[in-house]
Design a protein around this ligand. Structure first.
Ligand SMILES: O=C1C[C@@](O)(C(=O)O)C[C@@H](O)[C@@H]1O
Length: 155
């Protein structure tokens, strides 16, 4: 069985394609998830995609990852900037988590510059649009196959 990776999207990301297309583009969440599953197939990962507008759902899914997944790609939306609960969940389960933001949060309002997730993330990808999800999956696939990220890549 291939390793399982969760792709978790938080509040308002169900509105992708409709919401502020100048910032987030015109692709829908279904497009993002289809792309992620195709990337997963190529990389030998089973990709499970979920979205919720509720903080507790994200906490529950991160906890579920402890026994079911070997990596998490997380775009927590606005909860990135507020949620100690999500920070604690990621820290508590110890499953490598890559934080993704479609937009370049650092080029936007100052309240988007701080993330509660970054200090507990294995890595952070911002501002690369939907490619961020793809790049995060690539990074996780490498990490799952080469668990010590400090080792040089020889292949
Ligand atoms: O909902 C979102 C989306 C976002 O996470 C992004 O993907 O760029 C950036 C957040 O600041 C915002 O609240």
């Amino acid at each position: 069985m291939d390793p399982v990776v969760f792709i978790l999207n938080g509040p308002n990301l169900n509105l992708l394609g409709l919401r502020e297309p100048a910032v987030y583009g015109s692709s829908t969440l279904a497009d993002v998830e289809a792309l992620a599953r195709a990337t997963g197939d190529r990389l030998g990962l089973v990709v499970e995609c979920r979205q919720s507008n509720h903080e507790g759902d994200l906490v529950d899914w991160i906890q579920e990852a402890r026994t079911r997944a070997q990596g998490i790609v997380l775009n927590a939306g606005a909860l990135t900037h507020t949620s100690v609960a999500i920070h604690d969940a990621i820290r508590g389960v110890g499953v490598p988590t890559i934080e993704v933001h479609i937009s370049n949060v650092h080029a936007r309002e100052s309240f988007r510059h701080h993330s509660y997730i970054s200090p507990v993330a294995a890595g952070v990808i911002v501002g690369l649009g939907l490619d961020g999800y793809d790049l995060a999956l690539q990074a996780l696939a490498r990490r799952i196959k080469r668990p010590d990220p400090s080792e040089p890549i020889t292949a």
